[in-house]
Design a protein around this ligand. Structure first.
Ligand code: ADQ
Length: 745
């Protein structure tokens, strides 16, 4: 638009200037002509009076003079007539114009002296008149007096104003016509071909690769279109080759790796990319409180931890809520950016939510309703109708954003978590051909609990639009099947583990999520060793037994119970005073919700109270680091910790447990793990605890502290084998294999 304006504006200015100059000349010409006519008329009238005036003045006949001037009363535009004597005194004047007498008329003297007529515009009262005056002379060339006729000139100005108006209207019409013609020309010559080329390229991007480009001409645009077509062709061939090679390779490799997953996705999805939707984005741009500058962070989120390595391996598009306060500064015109920022591997598309939408959908319905509903932590869920309405609205917003991206053929969509229970249904309404998997990252409750949600029917209906629904463990799958069976008109097939509703079949499977191998890498890197040294010095950890906890501050994570168990352990085992330190890394989370706010205060209080209790000398049993840490910052803590404590009251999986195991390359560590996590089903070589039973919990810490080196090694070896075999690539690989296999059946 700006460019178009730059093009049209100079033309409009030139036309406007030309037209104005022409208008001024036209006005001048008309004005001169009208004045000339007036002068001629006045002169003719004056001259016709000359004879009668001479007789009147010779005889000093006042009566006739008055009759003569009064005869002008009714003439159009002629204001009046004046007869002067040879001294220039008024002898007779048309009555309606008698005020003219009072006007100062310096020109009379000149006429009497020069005996020459005079015509000129004169100001009278607040208007202008035209006066034409002739001297009356006898046969001896002696001046007898003067006769003046006065015309009203207002019609001249009325005529000129009307002319101005006509010219202005013509100018505006001309300018509008020029703009319209220019727009039409630019649309035909430039916009339409570019729009057609853009549409063709968009279709190509979405997988419609057959049609040739629509630009036929051999001009510059035609050349550009040809180049674009060549790039598109190369891309298409490259994708096909990658897909074929990938199919061959996945048959060979055993262990799931980043490249095996990449091969699988290329083989199964062919030329299509993978689309992922989650609430939390993998990279957030936020303004740093200290420097005031934007910085990029990886949010503390299990979903991000799991999905990021998959997207990094395979590429594709990740659609998520742009929740960072500097996010808008870093996206392109389509709200997209390449991430990771330093090495773009996939596309992040940010969806913007208003404060009201975020409040109702995220804080309200998802986190005050569904989150406590699915976790058995005795926190009451809150379901507000307004939050539900907002949740539906935001699901629709995400559905629209996804639909704008999906390829024309065989789209694959992978939805994350409880924020988007309605999304699959909304997408299938427009794209029934889309293959959709949903992974539920948190536990699924039993039917009685789930039925307390007033919207349970709509939620189940929304979810059953998916082709595949994944949970971490089999018991969550069983709960879901039972819930659908009891609360919805549907048929559960226990052989195939699927739910059939209105002829639509949804498969339900357990896919235990995991971590990638990044914690395994650089095990002896000098940077890591240096950082470990620095932390040990900073917190005086040398020679001490170190336990850690790494969590979002959430009431499901059993943080208070953990602190009480640490306290009880030291209370019961005073020999570990000065020898044992517990470090808690804690990322504030969902702080707008009251329970989370209260929990933060409660933890602050407990930490303060327990440290005070043992405040002899410098030693403090608890080091509480309440902030967000990057994955690189967490790494040295995992490495240096002798024990990791995971004490969730209820947790879908818990990736911290697996991250700790993956980071223990020296096998020298013990995992204390809550039985109520999904991870407890796999990591049976951990020290399992019930976080509610503080005595048992504190004893478990003691047994972890005192575990013989050999036993630690053996247990850690077993757990590391499980984590490395069942890594996140296997998790994603299994889901993609299952989803694409469903398509063929
Ligand atoms: P979360 O409830 O977020 O995930 P979890 O699986 O433990 O829980 O993952 C937390 C992630 O955040 C980990 O990668 C951890 O390293 C990171 N983290 C923790 N504290 C941090 C801090 N202070 N700073 C920065 N990062 C921090 C949900 C479910 C889980 C399920 C995952 C994945 O609740 O049960 O395991 O999804 O499915």
């Amino acid at each position: 638009m700006k460019r178009l304006l730059l093009f049209i504006l100079p033309i409009l200015i030139i036309v406007a200037i030309g037209f104005t100059v022409f208008g001024i000349m036209q006005i001048r010409f008309t004005q001169d002509k009208l004045m000339d006519d007036l002068q001629k008329k006045a002169k003719a009238v004056d001259e016709s009076l000359d004879f009668s005036a001479r007789a009147i003045l010779l005889n000093n006949d006042l009566k006739s003079a008055n009759r003569l001037v009064e005869s002008f009363q009714k003439r159009e535009r002629l204001q009046g007539c004046v007869i002067y004597d040879k001294e220039g005194k008024v002898l007779a004047i048309t009555e309606r114009f008698s005020d003219w007498k009072e006007k100062e008329k310096s020109y009379l003297k000149d006429i009497l002296a020069n005996k020459a007529p005079r015509g000129a515009l004169e100001n009278f009262k607040d208007y202008s008149v035209y006066s034409y005056i002739i001297p009356v002379i006898d046969d001896e060339n002696t001046i007898l007096g003067m006769v003046e006729v006065i015309y009203d000139t207002s019609y001249v100005f009325t005529t000129l104003t009307a002319l101005w108006e006509r010219l202005s209207v013509s100018l505006i019409t001309l300018l509008v016509l020029i703009v319209l013609i220019m727009l039409l020309i630019q649309r035909q010559i430039f916009t339409l071909p570019v729009v057609r080329l853009t549409e063709w390229f968009q279709h190509f991007q979405k997988g419609e690769t057959e049609a040739a480009h629509p630009i036929k001409g051999k001009d510059e645009l035609g050349k550009l279109a040809n180049e674009v077509e060549q790039v598109a062709l190369s891309l298409r061939i490259a994708r096909k080759v990658v897909s074929e090679k990938a199919t061959e390779r996945i048959k060979k490799d055993e262990l799931w790796t980043e490249s095996k997953l990449r091969d699988l996705i290329h083989a199964r999805l062919g030329e299509n990319a993978l689309f992922v939707v989650s609430n939390r984005e993998p990279y957030m741009h936020v303004i740093d409180d200290i420097t005031g500058q934007p910085k990029c962070i990886r949010p503390a989120s299990g979903v991000v931890t799991a999905i990021h390595p998959i997207m990094s391996a395979c590429g594709g598009t990740w659609i998520a809520h742009g929740s960072g306060n500097a996010d808008r500064k870093f996206v392109n015109s389509k709200d997209k950016l390449g991430v990771p920022p330093e090495d773009n591997r996939y596309i992040l598309k940010r969806v913007w939510l208003s404060k009201e939408e975020e409040e109702g959908y995220y804080y309200g319905f998802a986190n005050e309703g569904l989150w406590p509903l699915c976790h058995m932590t005795h926190t009451r869920p809150v379901f507000r109708e307004a939050d539900w309405q907002m949740y539906k609205k935001v699901n629709q917003k995400f559905a629209d954003s996804v639909l704008a991206e999906l390829p024309t053929k065989n789209p694959f969509l992978f939805i994350q978590d409880y924020h988007f229970t309605l999304l699959a249904k909304m997408i299938k309404e427009k794209r029934p051909d889309a293959r959709i998997a949903l992974f539920w990252h948190i536990p699924w409750p039993n039917p009685e609990v789930f039925s307390t949600c007033p919207y349970h029917k709509q939620i189940l209906e929304g979810m059953l639009a998916c082709d595949l629904i994944g949970f971490h463990v089999q018991s969550h799958c069983n709960n879901f099947l039972e819930t659908s069976n009891r609360l919805l008109e549907s048929r559960v097939d226990t052989e195939k583990f699927s739910i059939v509703r209105f002829e639509k079949e949804t498969f339900v499977r357990a896919f235990p999520i995991s971590v990638d191998g990044y914690l395994d890498q650089n095990k002896q890197s000098p940077d890591l060793l240096r950082e470990i040294d620095r932390i040990k010095k900073e917190f005086e950890l040398e020679g001490k037994i170190v336990a850690i906890g790494v969590d979002r501050i959430d009431y499901t994570k059993g943080l208070v119970e953990r602190l009480l168990a640490v306290d009880r352990f030291i209370e019961k085992n005073p020999q570990y005073k000065n020898k044992f330190v517990f470090i808690q890394l804690a990322a504030p989370s969902r702080t707008h919700i009251k329970q989370y706010h209260d929990l933060m205060n409660e933890i602050d209080e407990v930490v303060e109270k327990k440290n005070w209790k043992y405040s002899e000398g410098e030693w403090r049993p608890i080091i509480y680091l309440k902030r967000h840490f990057s994955p690189e910052e967490i790494k040295p803590y995992y490495s240096l910790a002798d024990i990791c404590i995971v004490s969730s009251l209820h947790d879908g999986m818990n990736l911290v447990a697996k991250e700790y195991v993956a980071s223990k390359t020296d096998f020298n560590g013990v995992l204390v793990l809550s039985r109520f996590t999904g991870a407890a089903r796999e990591l049976t070589d951990s020290v399992l605890i019930n976080p509610y039973a503080i005595e048992e919990f504190s004893d478990a810490i003691k047994s972890a502290v005192e575990m013989p080196r050999e036993e630690k090694k053996k247990r850690m070896e077993n757990m590391r084998k499980i984590v490395s075999e069942n890594n996140v690539y296997r998790w994603a690989g299994n889901i993609i294999t299952e989803l694409t296999a469903l398509k063929k059946s």
